[in-house]
Design a binder for this molecule. Structure first.
Ligand SMILES: CC(=O)SCCNC(=O)CCNC(=O)[C@H](O)C(C)(C)COP(=O)(O)OP(=O)(O)OC[C@H]1O[C@@H](n2cnc3c(N)ncnc32)[C@H](O)[C@@H]1OP(=O)(O)O
Ligand SMILES: O=C([O-])CC(=O)C(=O)O
Length: 372
């Protein structure tokens, strides 16, 4: 058997033409993330990830209209969201369960033809932000807000969350965040989705499994913990002492470090810029200043770069988004990548089944229970 690599570090487990990380540069289907972050809409990125080419105007209009038609969620799903223990259930747990329930209401859930899978991809992508925002409102005792067909995906997210049409700057920030989080090669949640559907299980199962993986604090769950850390620190002048103590206790600093990037995560600078701008506008520059201090300290003392989760925290906080909705918002975006990978996996499938090196006891003799 081959040598074991803990955490599968450096192991190439599949071919893919969706996104790449080479020399610390991230591309979606060959387009650099910096270009996409500056210029593209999230809908364009969805099209790009699913089709490996930028859409023409009519192709983009078609996708937007398909998504708009599918954004509403069945009343059963709303009733389900209402039935959770609203004071304790984390929105990521609610989302994981709700996506699974969406599958129960999709007659095509187990139809494996390509066209049915593409229709389901549109349905899931369209409904995911409706589920997140509906849950966010329901737990505050508010009714879900129906999406508006004339709004962009990013604008609809904020509209359904807050019940009022967002300002241009807010839409721009959410759109950029959605573009930046959409795909990232074979990260843990995407790998989870691919492992799941490689058994020829259905798309809803793949997305449900991926949400479960994204939820963890070493992955998407880090963005909520970054804000928790900044809140705990509270004051710029206390940041370095706080971090030193965490490091002395061998605790990890959330939003720092990455399995693949060595010099830095190319997405972080876009979020850093947004954080600087938005925290200034909202009169809360301390969150940005504190983040810069932490980033510089960790870079200097541990050689670790900030990852995508680090500055997204102060960006989302400045937009007034509840801290436990940060990871669900990540999921809304990453669903586009998960779906692209699931469809790619189906196209050239083989069961994913690695080996484990057995290190337990050998040659044991069975003893009857009365003799143990
Ligand atoms: C969207 C995303 O998923 S981006 C990642 C989001 N996750 C986080 O921000 C959580 C914090 N970061 C981490 O836990 C890690 O850097 C990960 C999970 C991202 C990458 O992990 P790995 O590649 O497995 O690195 P690993 O955890 O083995 O760390 C290697 C060394 O760097 C240290 N290290 C890595 N990240 C950090 C951190 N954030 N804070 C402090 N030390 C760290 C480890 O303690 C370890 O040190 P040691 O060799 O002295 O024991
Ligand atoms: O690629 C990873 O390991 C984690 C990450 O940054 C992402 O999923 O965006």
């Amino acid at each position: 058997m081959m040598a074991m690599t803990k955490g599968l570090e450096g192991i190439v487990a599949t071919e893919s033409s969706i996104s790449s990380i080479i020399d610390d540069k991230l591309t979606y289907a060959g387009y650099n993330i910096d270009d996409l972050a500056q210029n593209s809409s999230f809908e364009e990125v969805i099209y790009l990830l699913w089709n490996k080419k930028l859409p023409t105007k009519s192709e983009l209009d078609q996708l937007k209209s398909d998504l708009a038609k599918e954004m509403s969620i069945p009343q059963h799903v709303v009733e389900h969201l209402k039935s959770y223990d609203l004071s304790t259930v984390h929105p990521m747990a609610a989302l994981r369960s709700a996506v699974s329930i969406l599958g129960l209401h999709d007659e095509e859930a187990d139809v494996m033809e390509d066209e049915a899978n593409q229709r389901k991809a549109v349905r899931i992508q369209a409904k995911i932000s409706t589920v997140v925002t509906a849950f966010a409102r329901i737990r505050k005792g508010q009714e879900p807000v129906q999406p508006k067909e004339n709004l962009s995906f990013a604008a609809n997210f904020l509209y359904m969350l807050n019940g009022e049409e967002p300002k241009d700057l807010e839409v721009e920030a959410i759109n950029k965040a959605l573009v930046l989080h959409a795909d990232h090669e074979l990260n843990a949640s995407t790998f989870t989705a691919r492992v799941c559907v490689a058994t020829l299980s259905d798309i809803y199962s793949g997305i449900t499994a991926a949400i479960g993986a994204l939820k963890g604090p070493l992955h998407g769950g880090a963005n909520e913990r970054v804000m928790q850390m900044l809140t705990e620190i509270g004051d710029e002048d206390k940041a370095i002492d706080y971090i030193k103590e965490k490091l002395e206790n061998k605790e990890k600093i959330m939003g720092m470090g990455h399995r693949v990037y060595e010099t830095g995560d190319p997405r972080a600078k876009h979020l850093r810029e947004m954080s600087s701008e938005l925290t200034k506008i909202t009169g809360n520059s301390k969150w940005y200043n504190m983040s810069v201090k932490i980033e510089e300290f960790i870079k200097e003392n541990k050689g670790l770069p900030a990852n995508v989760d680090f500055y997204s925290a102060s960006v989302y906080h400045s937009l007034g988004i509840d801290h436990d909705l940060f990871t669900p918002l990540f999921a809304v975006s990453r669903t586009s990548g998960w779906l692209a990978h699931i469809l790619e996996q189906y196209q050239d499938n083989r069961l994913i089944r690695p080996r484990a090196e057995y290190v337990g006891p050998k040659n044991q003799t069975y003893t009857p229970i009365e003799e143990r």
